[in-house]
Ligand binder design. Sequence first.
Ligand SMILES: [Zn+2]
Length: 150
Amino acid sequence: MILYNLCCSADHVFEAWFKDSAAFDEQAVAGEILCPVCGNASVAKAPMAPRIVKGGDSGDDRGEESGPGPQTYTNTKATEMRRMLTELRRHVEENSDYVGDNFAEEARKIHYGETEERNIYGEATEDQAEELTEEGVKVGRIPWLPRTDS
Ligand SMILES: [Zn+2]
C-alpha cells in the first residue's frame, strides 16, 4: 500500500491510499479520485515523496507516527513563497534606490518630473500608497520579508 499526498486543482491537499502507483494512475485517469473538500476530479500527486508502508508486519508500527503529514506540503509552499519573495527583494534592491520613509515624497517628485526618473523603493503607509495611486503614481506593493542570512 502506498499513501499519497494529493492535491486538487483548487489546492486542497489530502491523503489517499493506493495498492500501488499503477493503481493511482488508473484511478486518476478514470476520474475516480475526488477531492474530499470540493469534489474536484482533477487530482494530482502533491510534490512530496510517498510514504510506503510494509504490509504483513506484526503490527508494531510505533515510530512511524511522527512522519510528515499533509502540512509538510504547506510548509514546502511557504518555503517556496519565501524564496520567491527573497528573490524579488534582491531584484528590487539591485534595480532601485532606497528612499526610506521619503517614499511618497520622492515618488511624487518623479511623477511630476521634479527629479530624475528612476525606480525607488521605501516605506509608505497604507494611506500614502492610496493617495499616490489616486494621483496616478504607479506604486507596487510587495510583502517585504526581513532579511535572512542565507
Ligand atoms: Zn478540492
